[in-house]
Structure formats: C-alpha cells, structure tokens
Unconditional design. Structure first.
Length: 181
C-alpha cells in the first residue's frame, strides 16, 4: 500500500499521472522518482515495483540507474524529489527512514525555517514603517461601511496624478522657435 501513497504524493507534487504511457521527459522522470524511492527507501524488489506499474523490471532498473544523474542536472527535479520524500515520510514512522533521508529532511526543514524567519523579519520591518506613516493612520480611521468609497477615491487620485504627469505637451520647432529666424 506504500506504493499507492507514494504514487499519489508524486502525482500531487508534479501534477503528472505516472501511469500515462508517454516518453515525455517530465513523465519519465516522475516515474523514475517513483521507482527510485520504492527501491532505495522501501527496499521493494524490482519485480514488485514492476508489478505496480505493469512495466518490465529492466525498465525499472534503467530508470533507477539514471535518476541520480537526472537530479544532478535538474534542480527542479531535485526539489520535487525532496518534497516527495518529506511528504512520504512525514506521516510514517521516522525510524523506518534511512539516515540519509532523515538528514535531507532535517536540512530541508532547517533551510525552510531560516527562509521563513527572514520573511518574518522583513514583514515586521514593513509593518513598523507602515505604523509610522500618517496616511496609514487616516486609513485606519475610515469607517468599515465607507472603506470601498475611500478606496475608489484614493485610486482615482493616484490615476489622476499619473495622467497629469504623463500628459505633457512639448513644442519642438515651429515658427515661434528661435531656430526658425
């Protein structure tokens, strides 16, 4: 049953049905990811994997052997692989995963945490700046039932300013020009 859950996760992450009979690269790589994870992480035999997709075991072996090279060449495939592993093992028993996978999951979570801390810090700075802006204080004082009207008026003012500054006429040459005499 693990193979069905893995298939669902891969199809969700990639947006591709791994059972579609095509040789398009993205489908081949999605299927290879499925084979690779089943073989390396769940220790399923090639024969058992081939039975889940109705393919020859040699096809499975060929895909598994090429998958590392494909991940090295395609950073997006590598990211998708890590997301799939994270999802696949997140609801399962973490003790059943290999130390390598645990390390990759932990590294991925640490990186994601650092990225979120940076975004939070940036957002806090923006909120702090906004609180010092008197225009923001005015907007907060607008009654709830009048907010749409206030929005429309402010939008019209901004559009008016843009029109005013873009609509400049400039006379180049002509009879009143100094160069004409």
């Amino acid at each position: 049953m693990k193979h069905k859950r893995l298939r669902d996760i891969i199809e969700y992450e990639t947006g591709l049905n791994i059972y579609v009979n095509t040789r398009r690269r993205e489908y081949v790589q999605a299927r290879a990811m499925y084979y690779y994870i089943l073989r390396k992480e769940t220790k399923m035999s090639l024969q058992a994997i081939s039975e889940t997709v109705k393919k020859n075991h040699a096809t499975i072996l060929h895909s598994i052997n090429n998958f590392d090279d494909w991940m090295a060449a395609d950073p997006e495939l590598n990211k998708a692989y890590k997301r799939v592993l994270k999802s696949f093992f997140s609801s399962g028993d973490i003790n059943n995963t290999s130390p390598k996978v645990n390390g990759e999951i932990i590294e991925s979570l640490i990186n994601e945490n650092q990225s979120m801390k940076k975004k939070l810090s940036d957002m806090s700075k923006e909120i702090h700046k906004a609180r010092k802006n008197p225009l923001v204080d005015l907007v907060y004082d607008v009654p709830q039932e009048r907010q749409e009207e206030a929005y429309n008026r402010i939008d019209l003012m901004i559009k008016g300013w843009a029109w005013k500054y873009e609509d400049k006429c400039e006379i180049i040459g002509g009879f009143n020009s100094v160069d004409a005499y």
